[in-house]
Design a protein around this ligand. Structure first.
Ligand SMILES: C[S@@+](CC[C@H](N)C(=O)[O-])C[C@H]1O[C@@H](n2cnc3c(N)ncnc32)[C@H](O)[C@@H]1O
Length: 170
């Protein structure tokens, strides 16, 4: 049986290099989004989207995914220490290319800023049972029918560039 593809690294917040998640929070505030359920692809160790939305009084809730064990460990620690965040922010450890729509609730907002970053050659194989990057929005999109417009971000690859910059900086 195939094992799940996961990311053996982690991502801390580097706003100067990869400000996506701060921009997600800014966008939600600018758009005056309240009481919305946000699907957020790529939590980072910082969990800044889930944390901010759970605590800023907007009433927004976040359902996040991470493929990193360290990022998920950081989530467990975060919610173990803070019941309010635990109530309004759920992150799960998984590979987005294995998304099963039957396990997803309906979303008002979907962010996919990290699509294409972590994709194994076997991802779309029959044995692995995954989707390719073009297929990922398909199971999530029907979960957004209740809200229009749905801000699917274009699949841009901020972090490959960001990782090169970080390596160059070290
Ligand atoms: C470069 S980090 C960026 C983290 C955070 N969004 C930020 O901008 O600071 C990429 C994020 O996407 C997640 N990720 C990458 N590929 C993934 C996949 N196939 N399935 C689920 N999460 C994935 C990683 O776990 C990580 O949280």
């Amino acid at each position: 049986m195939a094992t799940m593809n996961y990311w053996t690294d982690k991502w801390d917040l580097h706003v100067d290099i990869c400000p996506c998640d701060v921009h997600v929070n800014d966008w939600l505030a600018d758009q005056k989004q309240t009481n919305k359920l946000v699907y957020h692809f790529g939590t980072g160790t910082h969990h800044v989207v889930g944390k901010e939305q759970a605590t800023n009084g907007s009433g927004n809730m976040v359902f996040g995914i991470t493929a990193s064990i360290e990022e998920y460990d950081a989530y467990i620690k975060l919610v173990a220490d803070n019941a309010r965040i635990a109530k309004n922010y759920v992150a799960y450890f998984g590979d987005i290319y294995l998304t099963n729509p039957k396990l997803l609730p309906d979303f008002d907002v979907v962010t996919m800023v990290h699509l294409c970053e972590f994709f194994f050659p076997n991802t779309a194989s029959a044995e692995y049972g995954g989707l390719d990057a073009r297929g990922v929005p398909d199971p999530v999109h029907p979960k957004t029918q209740s809200a229009r417009p749905t801000p699917f971000s274009p699949p841009f690859n901020c972090s490959q560039k960001a990782q090169r910059q970080l390596r160059a900086r070290d």
